[in-house]
Structure formats: structure tokens, C-alpha cells
Design a protein around this ligand. Structure first.
Ligand code: RIB
Length: 280
């Protein structure tokens, strides 16, 4: 079984479904609110576990009631949470999300305990692959760059200033189009794979400036795109680590991302391996 280590965030998502996204200064009423487990780290950990990997999550939550709600689906799925620490006097991370009828969203994150996750909080276990995103301190990600020996994936989301060492170390970088534009030529520091998600247009996989694969997104009825990038990142990492060829791996990741848009919320929609295989 593929062993995946995820270093990342845990949030409780307050997700409001609205007819359309508000413009600045506008109030829209009539929304339906749900509290749903989220956070890019937690989502990617759960996605990997549902896809058949054995997953450990390194993360921080607050000493509050939201922590249990944020971790409940990870616990139910059997993700190893023994390296999740509790920070006193800070709340569990919260994301405020607006989801339009089109499935598009706006997300604002109040990181809370995620911003307190420090290298002193954990020892690094062995694993086949590690996945990081940028919702925890960059210094904490930097601390594992030299120590972790396996396949190293960094989802550069949300786009933030990051040390060159992280870009150079990555075996796989995952960006969306906005993030790709934000990092620009700095992505060339990576000699591993670079996966760029293109929304409804699918995704592209390159290495050293050469396109290895480009895949169209499968047609699905989009309900909520929250967490689609997380499903994509986990699925692509697992496929590449398990030795799948680049084009097949990208196809599998696009299918996982598409399936993740078909239900409300980030975590409830993450597909299992059986659902993914039935779909592809
Ligand atoms: O990638 C989706 C996630 O981003 C949401 O679950 C939210 O918590 C934010 O971190």
C-alpha cells in the first residue's frame, strides 16, 4: 500500500450556497449555510486515503469544538492523526466560502492554529510520498525539504512567497492558472513534473518546459468546485508514485478533480478508488 504523508492545513469550512458570487460592496441574501470539514491539507489527506493510500497527516488544530468537526471525516476514513497537534489559545482554522450556482467559489481563510504549526511539533516518519500546500508556515515546509527522502509534491496554493529550495526539491508542483502566472518563470527552478490545472479545460503536465501530457476535463454536472484541486493533487501524486505513465496519471487526476465537483463541500465529494476507476 502506498504510504503518503501530508503536511498541511485543517479548516472547518463555512460554506454558503448562493445564486451568484457577490461583487465588492454587494450583499446577497437567500444563501444556504453548511459547516463542512476542509483545509487543503486535510482534503488532500482524505483524498489520498479514499484512493487507497495509507495516510498520515501532520497538522495543527485549536482547542475548540470546531477541531472535532473539522477532523471527523478524516477519523472516519482511518487517516492517521497521531501527528496532529492541538494549539491552545488559538482557534481551529476556518474558511468562509461562497459557492455560486455555477459551482465557482470565493474563499477567505482565517488560518488560526494552522499558522502555528512549527517544525518542533513533529518528527518526520518514513513514507513513499509527501504532499504539502501553502496554508501552513513556509518555514515549516522548508524544514522538511532536505529531511524527506521520498517523492515530494508541493501544491503551490494559495500562491505565496516561497524559498527557491522548495521549488528545486519538488518532484511534482501543482498549480492552477492563477498560481502559474503568479510564480511565472520561477517554476522553471523545478526539474520535476509541473501539473497545471486549467479548470473546465482539464490539465497539462510538463517537465523542464516540455509538455508530457494534456488532458481535457471529463464532462460532469458541476455543483461545487471546492476541493477539486485537492482531489487532483492527491490522485496525481498517487498515480505517479505507483508508476503510472504521465498521460494516464494526468487522466486519472483530472477524473478525480471532476468527480470532486459533483457534490457540495470539499470532503464529502472526494472520490474513492472504486468510484474513480468506474468513472475512467
Ligand atoms: O482547496 C479547498 C480548501 O481551501 C477549502 O476546503 C478551504 O478550507 C480552503 O483551505
Amino acid at each position: 500500500m502506498t504510504r503518503i504523508l501530508v503536511l498541511g492545513s485543517v479548516n472547518l469550512d463555512y460554506s454558503a450556497s448562493v445564486s451568484r458570487l457577490p461583487v465588492p460592496g454587494e450583499t446577497i441574501t437567500g444563501a444556504t449555510l453548511e459547516r463542512i470539514p476542509g483545509g487543503k491539507g486535510a482534503n488532500q489527506a482524505l483524498a489520498a486515503q479514499r484512493l487507497g493510500a495509507s495516510v498520515q497527516l501532520i497538522a495543527a488544530v485549536g482547542n475548540d469544538a470546531n477541531a472535532d468537526d473539522a477532523l471527523c471525516l478524516l477519523r472516519a476514513a482511518g487517516v492517521d492523526l497521531s501527528r496532529c497537534v492541538v494549539k491552545v489559545e488559538v482557534p481551529t482554522g476556518v474558511a468562509l466560502i461562497c459557492v455560486a450556482a455555477s459551482g465557482e467559489n470565493h474563499i477567505v481563510v482565517a488560518p488560526g492554529a494552522n499558522a502555528m504549526l512549527s517544525p518542533a511539533d513533529f518528527e518526520l516518519p518514513d513514507a513513499d510520498a509527501m504532499i504539502c500546500q501553502l496554508e501552513v508556515p513556509i518555514a515549516t515546509i522548508l524544514s522538511v525539504v532536505d529531511e524527506f527522502a521520498g517523492f515530494f509534491c508541493v501544491n503551490l496554493a494559495p500562491a505565496r512567497e516561497i524559498d527557491d529550495a522548495v521549488l528545486k526539491r519538488a518532484d511534482l508542483l501543482v498549480v492552477n492558472e492563477t498560481e502559474a502566472a503568479w510564480y511565472g518563470a520561477r517554476l522553471d527552478l523545478c526539474s520535476g513534473f509541473i501539473a497545471t490545472t486549467l479548470g473546465a479545460n482539464g490539465a497539462q503536465l510538463t517537465q523542464r518546459g516540455i509538455e508530457l501530457a494534456r488532458v481535457r476535463a471529463p464532462a460532469v454536472e458541476v455543483v461545487d468546485s471546492t476541493g477539486a484541486g485537492d482531489a487532483f493533487t492527491a490522485a496525481l501524486t498517487i498515480a505517479l508514485v505507483e508508476g503510472m505513465a504521465p498521460a494516464a496519471a494526468l487522466t486519472s487526476a483530472c477524473a478525480a478533480g471532476a468527480l470532486a465537483t459533483t457534490k457540495r463541500g470539499a470532503q464529502p465529494s472526494l472520490p474513492t478508488r472504486a468510484q474513480l476507476e468506474a468513472f475512467t
